[in-house]
Ligand binder design. Structure first.
Ligand SMILES: NC(=O)c1ccc[n+]([C@@H]2O[C@H](COP(=O)([O-])OP(=O)(O)OC[C@H]3O[C@@H](n4cnc5c(N)ncnc54)[C@H](OP(=O)(O)O)[C@@H]3O)[C@@H](O)[C@H]2O)c1
Length: 242
């Protein structure tokens, strides 16, 4: 992956679902690059514990926030808090995600589980993005990374897991819509597939890709130079089919 054009200037980043897994590692890597990172989780105590551990182990500028992306009230409260301090955002990583219907056949759908996937993976990311758009507009180099999945690629769509697949396909559509509308304002909005990563989500299904590698492609998109891509879908820095 070519990271040679990366900005050296630091900024403020918000990462959702960052108490464990890929999100926590994205926080660590952004902090390592000098970003002040708002580590958010739906459980405030878990956010605080993860942030404290990173501060203690790395000395990084990491702060805890409570955001349940499936709860619009916590999104509104967090956005109000961020308008007070730090007053702007340079990077938003919509990482929080659930797999509520992995392996469920499309011919025998679990509509409640499909709804839960959409509520977190699509509406959650979309609502939060709109809630913090003003804060991102205050940045000179706003970046949005939507953590998607190859399972949401329509071009190579397979069977099973309807809720997860459709929610990530919708997230990818949101990437294209916002990238188009915000292009004139200097935003770079992209989707990332981390690959099949050994986390609580991927591990039980046999994933072996280390979390550091899965996070690296997300961090690359979060720290793109101004002439970087927008409206794209990438895995490990390489384009993948929408
Ligand atoms: N692992 C893979 O192979 C893989 C492949 C493709 C894409 N992805 C995507 O990568 C992202 C991270 O996945 P992961 O592997 O790190 O999964 P993970 O280990 O299961 O972690 C998921 C994270 O999302 C959080 N979360 C779930 N619902 C939330 C909500 N309503 N509000 C806020 N946070 C919420 C979880 O918080 P709690 O601890 O509170 O549950 C947890 O921190 C997801 O979007 C996933 O779809 C993963």
């Amino acid at each position: 992956m070519d990271v040679s054009g990366r900005r050296s200037e630091v900024g403020v980043a918000l990462v959702t679902g960052a108490n464990r897994g890929i999100g926590r590692e994205v926080v660590r890597q952004l902090a390592e690059r000098g970003y002040e990172v708002l580590l958010s989780a739906r459980d405030g105590e878990k956010a605080s514990a993860a942030a404290s551990a990173l501060v203690q182990s790395t000395g990084a500028a990491v702060r805890a926030m409570t955001i349940d992306v499936a709860d619009p009230a916590t999104i509104a409260a967090a956005a109000a808090q961020m308008r007070e301090d730090p007053g702007k955002l340079d990077v938003l990583v919509n990482n929080a995600g659930i797999g509520s219907d992995f392996g469920v056949p499309g011919t025998a759908p679990d509509f409640d589980a499909i709804g839960r996937a959409l509520e977190t993976n699509f509406y959650g990311a979309y609502r939060l993005t709109i809630a913090v758009l003003g804060l991102l507009r205050a940045s000179e180099h706003p970046r949005i990374v939507n953590v998607s999945s190859g399972m949401g690629g329509v071009a190579e769509m397979g069977g099973w897991s309807t809720g997860y697949r459709v929610s990530k396909a919708a997230l990818n559509a949101m990437t294209r819509i916002l990238a188009t509308e915000l292009k004139g304002e200097g935003f770079l909005v992209n989707s990332a597939c981390p690959g099949f990563v050994n986390t609580d989500m991927g591990g039980p299904m046999g994933a072996t890709k280390p979390v550091q590698e899965g996070a690296a492609g997300i961090v690359w998109l979060a720290t793109l130079p101004d002439d970087g891509p927008t409206g794209g879908f990438f895995r490990d820095g390489r384009p993948v089919a929408f």
